[in-house]
Design a protein around this ligand. Structure first.
Ligand SMILES: NC(=O)c1ccc[n+]([C@@H]2O[C@H](COP(=O)([O-])OP(=O)(O)OC[C@H]3O[C@@H](n4cnc5c(N)ncnc54)[C@H](OP(=O)(O)O)[C@@H]3O)[C@@H](O)[C@H]2O)c1
Length: 344
């Protein structure tokens, strides 16, 4: 199954994820979709000091959004905010220091947001890593899982009532085509069994496999978007996931140099990878399909032929219960701005 799955991914990815796939898709786009403005809208982008998150924040700021850039390193964050302000002329761009892999840090962001009584119209869960050594997060979870799955779950859940009070609102999980190579792994998550030997990304023989960890968490992000999308249907908060395609970023060059060097002539520019993120943020969220997985402004299949990655509702239930258990007592939902008068 693993061989078929990987072949299916390479075949499909080579056709759709690179710059040629982008060019083919772009031929049918209505470019006026990107000319909309975002004055009066508040957006929060995680992992915004470089790569796709930086470009997305810059593009949204350029369209007039009040832009919060979530960065874990204050120096890199300040420098990124200054670059966006200088490039766009929008001074309503702000640094939000937060390590999304730490529940205390996420809770700190949520508390600050609540204290400011600020609305939130677009949340982009973009922060991501692909590491090849096991590392534990501040809460003792494997770091890939803590960043992509638990961190983005906690932030989305923590700001849920603020988003509902600000509706129509949008949450985007930046997943990856890598998720096509994984089913929905929930057993390790449910067991909270995060030791290297059996971490969610644990490969065979007790050796940590960061690529497996990454693909599993990217699949979990797709499943989380589905469940949030269902739960929040009718609240005016639309939740989706997306895939940027294969885009040249520092993260890619550093974390998967072999893959990058082999395919680099096919890679898209980072702006092309961020295009769907910007496009999604400019849509009326109520017109998007809750729980869908987007690439190049279009809803995509969530499973490839012969990949055997389908999962059932019970698996999502298991994931959900485990995540709720992990955040319990550590992250509290923010009360919405009083003026909105929305009940939770
Ligand atoms: N580029 C691609 O081809 C591609 C393809 C599929 C999916 N993606 C996804 O797209 C997203 C962005 O990737 P990228 O290629 O732009 O990577 P990147 O250049 O490495 O940027 C990742 C950003 O996330 C930040 N980050 C990582 N962990 C964080 C944490 N715990 N708290 C706060 N910020 C954190 C990084 O901050 P530091 O500078 O502090 O490390 C950096 O700003 C990721 O979720 C990635 O999985 C990318």
């Amino acid at each position: 199954m693993g061989f078929l799955r990987n072949m299916s991914f390479i075949f499909y990815g080579s056709k759709h994820f690179g710059k040629q796939g982008f060019a083919r898709a772009k031929a049918s786009w209505d470019e006026s979709a990107l000319s909309r403005r975002l004055e009066g809208k508040v957006v929060l982008v995680t992992g915004a000091n470089q790569g796709l998150g930086f470009v997305t924040a810059q593009e949204l700021a350029a369209r007039g959004a009040t832009t919060y850039m979530v960065c874990r390193n204050p120096d890199r964050g300040r420098e990124a905010v200054e670059r966006v302000r200088a490039a766009t002329g929008n001074q309503d761009v702000h640094l939000q220091v937060c390590d999304v892999s730490s529940l205390a840090s996420v809770n700190g962001l949520v508390r600050e947001w609540e204290a400011a009584g600020r609305p939130l119209h677009v949340l982009v869960n973009n922060a991501g890593i692909l590491v090849h050594e096991y590392a534990a997060s501040a809460d003792g979870h494997e770091s890939t899982f803590a960043t992509h799955t638990l961190g983005s779950f906690a932030l989305t859940w923590g700001l849920g009532r603020v988003l509902a009070a600000s509706a129509p609102a949008l949450v985007v999980f930046v997943s990856s085509g890598g998720m096509y190579t994984s089913g929905l792994e929930v057993k390790h998550v449910a067991n909270q069994d995060m030791a290297p030997k059996s971490a969610p990304g644990g490969g065979g023989g007790g050796k940590f496999d960061g690529t497996v960890a990454y693909s599993r968490d990217k699949r979990r992000q797709v499943a989380m978007a589905e469940r949030f999308g269902e739960l929040w249907a009718g609240s005016g908060v639309t939740v989706v996931s997306m895939h940027p395609g294969w885009a040249v970023t520092e993260g890619v060059k550093k974390s998967i140099p072999g893959f990058y060097n082999f395919y680099k002539d096919s890679f898209r520019q980072v702006e092309q990878g961020a295009d769907t993120l910007v496009w999604l943020a400019l849509q009326d969220p109520t017109k998007l399909q809750p729980g869908a997985f987007y690439l190049d402004r279009t809803v995509q299949p969530k499973h490839l032929p012969l990949a055997g990655t389908a999962y059932d509702t019970a698996a999502v239930d298991t994931l959900w219960r485990a995540l709720e258990g992990m955040v319990a007592g550590k992250v509290t939902q923010a009360e919405p701005p009083a003026a909105a008068g929305v009940k939770g």
